[in-house]
Each structure stands twice: as C-alpha cells, then as structure tokens.
Design a protein around this ligand. Structure first.
Ligand code: GDP
Ligand code: MG
Length: 436
C-alpha cells in the first residue's frame, strides 16, 4: 500500500547527512509512483511531487531531525495544503436550509443522508429528510428506517414519480412543520448517464439548495475522479462526501478529487453506523495517506522543542571540537523540554546518542545537573583540567559520590571522542546531520 511504498522511499534517505546531499530525484520518483498506485490522478501526483521537490531542496536541514523524517514532514505539509488546508463546514443558512445529495447508485447517499440528519439534529436543529429516489421502492423504505433510527421525520410520497415535485413538496412540508434543515436524498445510476444528470440538474434548479453535496465511494479509485468531474460540470456542487473510508480504501481519492474539481471535501463516512460520520480534516487525511502520523508528530515536537539557533551554535562547537559542559547542560535542558518522549532524545546533537538508552525523567538528570553545576566556569569550559582532586570536590559539592562524577566524566569524554572521529570522517563535507 501507499504507506509501505513511501516508507521504502524514505528509508533510502536514512543515514544521509542532508537533503541537498541525497538523490532527491529518485525519492521523488518513488513518492510519485506510490501516489499514482494509490489512485491519485497522475497529473495531480506530478504537481504534488514537483512542489515537494522544490520545497525539499530549498529547506535548510534542521540538524536535529534526519532528512528522511524531514521529507515525510514536507510531503505531509504538501498533501495537507493540497486537500484544502483547513476543514470546511457546510452552510446551514436559510430557513429552511436545503441540502441536496447527489451521486452514483451505491455510493452511500441514503446512508449519508441519515448520518447527516443525525449530525445536524445533535447540533440542536430540526431536520426533515426527503426521499426522492423514485425508482427503487426499497430506497424509500431504507431512508424511513434510518430516519426513525436517528429520530428525524422522513418525507415520502409513494405514488408520486416526479422527484422535482416531491422535493418541492418536502420543502413546503418543512416550512409548515418548522424544520430548519431539509436533506434531499436522490436517485443515482450505476454509471453516469444523461437521464440521471438531467434529473439531478432539474432538482437543483427547482429547489435552489443552500448546499449541494456530491457523495462518492472512496473505493472506486480513478473512476471517483471522473465521476466527480462529470457531476461538478453539470451541477457545480459545493462539497464532496467521501464514503467507505472504513474499508481498505485508498485515501488517494481525496487528494485527486480535491485537486481536479477544486471543491472541498466536507465529510468522510467510515461505516454503516449512523455515528460513523466525520468532518474532513485535511491534515488527518494526509497522515492517513502517508500512514506516518507518528513520524510527523515526532518531527513537529522536535521542531517545537528545539531552539534552532542554539542547535546551530552547538553543532558549530562540535565541529570545532569545543563541546564542553556548558553545552552539555544546555542540551540537557532541551531534552527535559521533550519530557518523556524517548524517541526524540536520539535527535539531540551531541548528548542524544549518549543518553539514548537512559531512562528519561527529571530525576535521572538531577545528579548530572548537580555535578555540572558544582564545576567552576573554568572547569565546565575546559573539562580536561578536571583532575582527581577536583573530582572529589565536585562530588562533595553536588552531594553525589566520586563514582558518579567519574561516570559522567567518562561519558562526556567518550562523547567528545566520538564527535572528533565523526568530524574526521565528515571531513570537508561537514555532514554532521546524523551525529546525534
Ligand atoms: P446510495 O445508493 O447512494 O443511496 O447508497 P446507500 O446509502 O444505499 O449505500 C450503499 C451500500 O453501501 C449500503 O450497503 C450501505 O450500507 C453501504 N455504505 C454506505 N456508506 C458506507 C460506509 O461509509 N462504509 C461502509 N462500509 N459501507 C457503507
Ligand atoms: Mg439511496
């Protein structure tokens, strides 16, 4: 699936110093292929990946996260942006507000009508649902059952075969019975045809809906995009409802429909239960498409916790082999800001590697902090001057024992040795990105 493919693409980035150093083109190609495989329209996939490429190349690599992780974040941001950025609500102005439901047969219109009625009713507005699928008697009954289930009135006319008339009558009835919202469920065909398009266009022209929603089955892949396009050209809908996202569905449809018809996705439907209706959040969908929510929040938290200037300053010192106990202390502060997020510790330049496997809580740091704070400023800056008698004094001053001080000294010196050898290895390329 998509997330596996992207995962593989990003794995090739692992262990690279910075995004500019890696072969972005190969990664981008992999991302594009993965999107297309997930039924994202080819043109859309190309637009996305071109943007991602520009963005990645221009981004100053934050030394605290790996390029692979940063790439995930960039892809995620691009996808979110493409799906509209913010969530979009439906318009319920009007007395009554009229919501017209359109889409192919089996896409989930009637089910969605029930769910939306439930959703709106819970907001404290009275709702009437209208059964305008005149071709299948079972469809009318289906809506009646759902309406009863969620506790709203259903308007039906068993003998009337004119959906436009039924819709208008339903609106009259809503006014008389003081309903604030009317949801009009319509008939669909299995495939796009002129009769269906003509009918839905006529209903729309007659009822002048506040909001027209196009319902589409997310499992239908590329067809979903074509159907959306045809419906939009004919009835110029206001928003999209993406159904059956509970199945083995490709979230890719969300991306390409949004890009091709330029209309917001407003709801997603995730099951047959009346409660299984969600507002559409572009960022959540992007995470779903990527299947990498954890990585994204990881990078976000790292970015929040990190003072970027501070990270740059420390890295400069590491490069010059000047990392000292003051820097160590500063880095400890950063780690503490991250709380118990153990995964993040490894991202901290310098200290991270040494402390990666240490149980992280404030108490664990207390002796270390006490020891460093018992050093004189000169000692912190020049750790080499800390001889045996100084260690004894520091232990006493910090309320620790000499073993603890020795351990810290050893840890610190090992760390500096490692930094030195990394610097040698990196040579003139200065690739310190994965030092921590
Ligand atoms: P309509 O022909 O557009 O009115 O579609 P229906 O509402 O009758 O739905 C067609 C079928 O899909 C029914 O069996 C529904 O129970 C099912 N269905 C609708 N929405 C969802 C959904 O979000 N998830 C799942 N798994 N099934 C759904
Ligand atoms: Mg139906």
């Amino acid at each position: 699936n998509l997330s596996n493919k992207l995962d593989r693409a990003f794995k090739t980035l692992k262990g690279q110093g910075s995004i500019t150093e890696i072969n972005v083109a190969a990664t981008i190609k992999e991302v594009r292929r993965a999107l297309v495989d997930a039924d994202v329209n080819y043109k859309v996939a190309k637009t996305v990946t071109d943007k991602i490429k520009d963005e990645a190349m221009g981004r100053d690599v934050l030394i605290s996260v790996s390029p692979g992780q940063l790439m995930v974040k960039i892809v995620y941001e691009e996808l979110t942006e493409l799906m509209g950025g913010e969530k979009q609500d439906i318009n319920l102005k009007g007395d009554p507000a009229i919501i017209l439901i359109a889409g192919l047969q089996g896409s989930g219109k009637t089910t969605f009508t029930g769910k939306l009625a439930n959703h709106i009713k819970k907001q404290g507005r009275s709702v009437l649902v209208a059964a305008c699928d005149v071709y299948r008697p079972a469809a009318i009954n289906q809506l009646q059952v759902l309406a009863e289930q969620v506790g709203v009135e259903a308007y039906t006319e068993l003998e009337n075969k004119n959906p436009v008339q039924i819709a208008l009558n339903a609106i009259e009835h809503a006014k008389k019975t003081n309903k604030k919202v009317v949801i009009i469920d319509t008939a669909g065909r299995l495939a796009v045809d002129e009769a269906m398009m003509k009918e839905i266009a006529e209903i729309k022209a007659a009822v002048k809906p506040t909001e027209t929603l196009f319902v589409v089955d997310s499992m239908t892949g590329q067809d979903a995009v074509n159907t959306a396009k045809t419906f939009n050209e004919r009835i110029n809908f206001d928003g999209v409802v993406l159904t059956k996202l509970d199945g083995d569905s490709r979230g890719g449809a969300a991306l390409s429909i949004r890009a091709v018809v330029e209309k917001p996705i407003k709801f997603i439907s995730t099951g047959e239960k009346m409660e299984a209706l969600d507002l559409f959040y572009p960022d959540r969908m992007a995470q779903r498409i990527l299947g990498m929510g954890d990585v994204i929040s990881l990078v976000e938290r790292a970015q929040q916790a990190f003072d970027e200037d501070e990270a740059k300053r420390i890295n400069k010192k590491i490069r010059k082999n000047q990392f000292n106990f003051d820097d160590f202390l500063t880095q400890l502060e950063q780690i503490k800001k991250m709380g118990d997020i153990k995964d993040l510790v490894g991202m901290i330049p310098g200290v991270g590697k040494a402390l990666k496997d240490v149980e992280i809580d404030d108490n664990a740091f207390k002796p270390i902090e006490a020891i460093i704070k018992s050093m004189t400023p000169a000692e912190r800056e020049n750790p080499d001057m800390i001889n045996g008698s100084r260690r004894a004094r520091i232990a006493k001053g910090s309320g620790t024992d000499i073993t603890q001080v020795n351990n810290l000294m050893k840890q610190f010196n090992d760390m500096r040795k490692m930094m030195k050898s990394m610097n040698k290895m990196a040579g003139t390329r200065g690739g310190l990105g994965n030092l921590a």
